[in-house]
Design a protein around this ligand. Structure first.
Ligand SMILES: *Cc1c(COP(=O)(O)O)cnc(C)c1O
Length: 379
């Protein structure tokens, strides 16, 4: 028992398998068809039904979802894409992949997400898209910016890598009409091993995304097997979702209510345990509407010291994320972002995954309190 507990809390994140994934995967392995197959179609249909949307496009990863969504939205060289610096570097690499320029913006320190104010301040005549990141699983709504988006033809592409299952108002994220990208990577709310998904805004966009995922070939793989030729109609990548990954996804989706309940419960336990603790602020994830992907806190003592102490005590804390505007690869697009720079010295993410028990969370919270209390406050 003790070993399990230590192993659990020593990890910041871990995939969680419910059981049926192995049999589903074995079935596909034995079928001998590993490309985009009817299993991939099934996963697309299952997720569409879950979200309450007409169609979804399964893809190889969250990064390729963002890449293909940007291409489908017509974003390219000469265009600027507004994006928070505080995100996984994959968001930025997708922007560079289409030849556009990232315009880094600040986030609201309360949510670690962008708001209309941050976005509107950054709009230029070159802005073609805005890429809000649904940090921790929290939906992002930009109502005050919508008139400007409409006027300038700016597309909102949601990086919802953290937010599978979360609600935006009455609807699930992905069902609000925005062009939405999910990740089903190893540690996300739902995993396919690797994978991602685009929720297109209409049938035309779905068609464009499918062609972009499949080398620009018009005909389906099933049709091609029977034919003497095929038609390459446009530019395309090889980023369709393999049936192997889709099979894992179908099995996971069937058990998603468990993920939803567990992740909310873990997050709430952290929030209660750390409520009112001096030196630590829990970043609000709007847990009633979200399926939390992580639990982030701001540390008001020397974060690096607290982090080191906790790591030394086998508590798997993390720092999501080192800001992108300070990364060597992204210096051409550097801007001064004092809020993000301050936050990046305060953010610490706590062990958060479905192997944790409530008692593990309480153990971590008490270790955090101890480490913060022992460490000097910083201005
Ligand atoms: C995981 C993640 C991605 C990329 O998804 P992959 O499936 O790993 O390619 C993009 N953005 C954010 C915020 C993520 O956490």
């Amino acid at each position: 028992m003790t070993t399990t507990m230590v192993a659990g809390t020593a990890n910041n994140a871990r995939p969680f398998l419910y059981g049926p994934e192995e049999a589903a995967l074995t079935d596909v392995l034995r079928s001998g068809h590993y490309g985009h197959t009817d299993v991939t179609d099934q996963f697309e249909a299952d997720v569409a039904a879950f979200l309450g949307v007409p169609d979804t496009v399964a893809i190889a990863s969250g990064t390729s979802a963002l890449h293909v969504a940007l291409l489908a939205a017509g974003v390219g060289p000469g265009n600027e894409v507004i994006v928070p610096s505080l995100t996984f570097c994959a968001t930025i690499q997708a922007i560079l992949a289409v030849g556009a320029r990232p315009r880094f913006v600040e986030v609201d320190p309360r949510t670690l997400c962008v708001g209309s104010g941050e976005v509107l301040d950054a709009v230029t005549p070159d802005t073609r898209a805005v890429l809000p990141v649904l940090y921790g699983g929290r939906a992002v709504d930009l109502p005050e910016a919508q008139p400007v988006f409409a006027e300038q033809g700016i597309t909102v592409i949601e990086d919802a890598a953290h937010a599978f299952g979360s609600y935006a108002g009455e609807r699930r994220v992905g069902a609000t009409g925005a062009l939405t990208c999910f990740s089903f990577g190893p540690i996300k709310n739902l995993t396919c091993g690797q994978g991602g998904m685009i929720v297109p805004r209409n049938a035309l966009e779905a068609e464009a995304c499918r062609k972009l995922c499949g080398l620009g070939i018009v005909e389906s793989a099933a049709w091609r097997a029977e034919a003497t030729g095929y038609t390459v109609e446009s530019f395309g990548l090889r980023v369709q979702m393999s049936s192997l990954n889709a099979a894992i996804g179908c099995a996971q989706l069937g058990r998603f209510p468990e993920a939803e309940a567990k992740r909310k419960a873990l997050w709430r336990t952290y929030a209660i345990a750390l409520q009112g603790v001096e030196g630590v602020t829990v970043v609000d994830v709007d847990v009633d509407r979200s399926v939390p992907h992580l639990c982030a806190v701001l540390v008001h003592a020397d974060r690096d010291q607290v982090f080191r102490k906790l790591r030394d005590r086998s508590v798997g804390v993390g720092t999501h994320y080192p800001p992108n505007h300070l990364q060597p690869a992204f210096t051409p697009w550097h801007r001064s972002l004092p809020v993000t720079e301050r936050l990046s010295r305060q953010i610490m993410t706590l062990p958060f995954h479905q192997h944790l028990a409530e008692g593990d969370v309480e153990h971590v919270a008490s270790e955090v309190v101890k480490a913060v209390t022992e460490t000097e406050a910083v201005g």
